[in-house]
Design a binder for this molecule. Sequence first.
Ligand code: 6PG
Length: 242
Amino acid sequence: MSQIHIYPDADALAQAAAEKIAALAAEAVAQRGHFSLVLSGGSTPRKLYSLLATDAYRTRIEWKNTHLFWGDERTVPPDHADSNYRMAKETLLDHAPLLPENIHRIAGELEPVQAAQAYEQVLKTYFGEKTAPRFDTILLGMGDDGHVASLYPHSRALAESSRWVAENYVERTNTWRITLTTAVLNAATAILILVSGENKAKIVYEVLRGEFHPHKFPAQMVKPVAGQLVWLLDADAAARLK
Ligand code: 6PG
């Protein structure tokens, strides 16, 4: 069952997401001794990551028992301006007391197929050879075309049913991306989709209230098998839902 929460603005959205993550982290550490958190890229999560790096969350989250992963990555080196890892490093990794060995970035500098295979091995080392890795929390954003992670409309990775990580050619940007596949997303204990801004109002309405066209709107493929799905929207992004 999915929940939809609407907040007055982007700051309130980031605050609510940080509180939700702190609660999920506490639950995971209490039950399993560690917390696996998948970060999303793009611009929306910057406020959230900066907030998580503040003293307010330094003791609220057991960073020493937190493992960070990425939902997708651009095929660029980790110091490139487009790197999702670099964005997280600037806003969170360099400021929270994480253990370096618990930061599991996608090696976007490799050839796409090699990068996907290498990351899948990282996940199998951490989770073991299960049917699908069960992340405690996966953060996602959503593009104005309805993509999540790097699962773009009508792209080949949407049909990937056995691999955990796939290389995906994105027509829109004429680039290769590395992305978790839908099976991995939907195996998560909790998925938080954060969407902000009036430019997302139309796609939010189409995805949440429109017809079911998952290959056109990949966000509609996000259906946790046994976990919770929480949409966190600011008022601008939710403007057409009323
Ligand atoms: C990426 C992200 C991507 C992002 C959406 C929304 O690599 O760009 O993982 O899925 O979440 O494109 O991006 P914005 O937050 O910038 O709107």
